[in-house]
Design a protein. Structure first.
Length: 317
């Protein structure tokens, strides 16, 4: 088991260092941004790679499953507004916790409005949407007393469809997430995670034609690309009741375009958490409350004058 843990950490570190240089090109693909799940991480501005100490770790940094502070065994949640343009649901269950690590099984679902199109048949405006349903199996392992490594294997299922005329194409693929967390002294944690290592192309079972206003064919979308995203972060806990987190999101391809994220969590009481964050130029906030093993988390933020709200529930076994 010790050899296995060391091998996983070595492979994870090597892949994290090289993931940014692996680029897959494919003609006429639709590049999609990774979906962010979890009310608590979103309330903290998405600065969660070095925190990752609850069941949301599977979506942000799989190494976090192995942290001894990870007491939440179950989380589920969804968007509670903007369901006419955005729908998200998630479920994660942490099992087989031990001093050597833990495993997680998870489901993430999303349905997004992508952009408007015009029907060639009717001349009326239509809507083009993307739906995804991904199944995740992840493991987090303890390498040393302060070093943790994680691997997530994701079964990707993508669907592109026109909401009005019924045009639909779908496809499936496999992707991998990797992560490392290092606890430097008691109050400082460093983390790095790579989502969709090497970029993943999901080939669809058909193509969708796009035309300009003159009826000229401009593109044929027949695949979905999940680009590799590398994020590095740091979490500081100056007191047991206060966590400060900072992430540099998407440092792999172009560091000049990386997004700075910051978050704060303050617990004035054991059963109450107040959260603030900054996701690039967008402010986020949220609250959390717990009663015994049960907890509830809420997050809210606005992007381009559109408000998004998330609600989740969790349980510690």
């Amino acid at each position: 088991m010790i050899v296995t843990r060391k091998l996983l950490i070595c492979l994870t570190a090597t892949a994290l260092l090289t993931a940014a240089g692996v680029v897959v090109s494919f003609a006429d693909y639709l590049a999609v941004s990774p979906t962010a799940f979890g009310s608590r991480p979103l309330a903290m501005g998405g600065a969660f790679v070095a925190v990752a100490d609850d069941a949301n770790a599977v979506f942000w940094n799989p190494a976090g499953q192995a942290q001894p502070a990870n007491e939440q065994a179950l989380t589920l949640g969804a968007t509670i507004n903007q369901r006419d343009t955005t729908r998200e649901e998630w479920l994660a269950f942490v099992y087989n916790e031990s001093e050597k690590g833990a495993g997680t099984v998870a489901l993430e679902r999303s349905d997004y409005f992508l952009f408007p199109v015009t029907s060639l048949n009717t001349g009326m405006p239509d809507e083009f949407w993307r739906k995804s349903q991904n199944y995740i199996y992840a493991i987090g392992m303890v390498g040393t007393e302060n070093l943790y490594a994680g691997l997530a294997v994701k079964s990707l299922n993508d669907e592109l469809y026109n909401r009005f005329d019924g045009t639909k194409i779908s496809g499936s693929g496999v992707s991998f997430d990797l992560g490392l967390i290092y606890r430097w002294q008691r109050a400082v944690t460093l983390g790095i995670a790579a989502r969709d290592v090497g970029s993943t192309i999901v080939n669809m079972n058909g193509g969708v034609d796009f035309y300009d206003d003159l009826g000229n064919l401009t593109a044929v979308i027949d695949s979905v690309k999940h680009p590799a995203i590398i994020t590095a972060g740091m979490a500081i806990r100056p007191a047991d009741s206060l966590t400060l987190a900072f992430d540099i999101y998407d440092i792999g391809q172009n560091i000049d375009k990386a997004e700075i994220r910051a978050g704060l969590e303050y617990r004035p009481a054991k059963a109450l958490a107040l959260r603030l964050g900054a996701m690039g130029d967008h402010a986020t906030w949220g609250v959390g409350a717990s009663v015994g093993p049960l907890n509830m988390d809420f997050a809210s933020f606005s992007i381009d004058d559109t408000s998004y709200s998330y609600l989740s529930a969790g349980m510690a076994f």
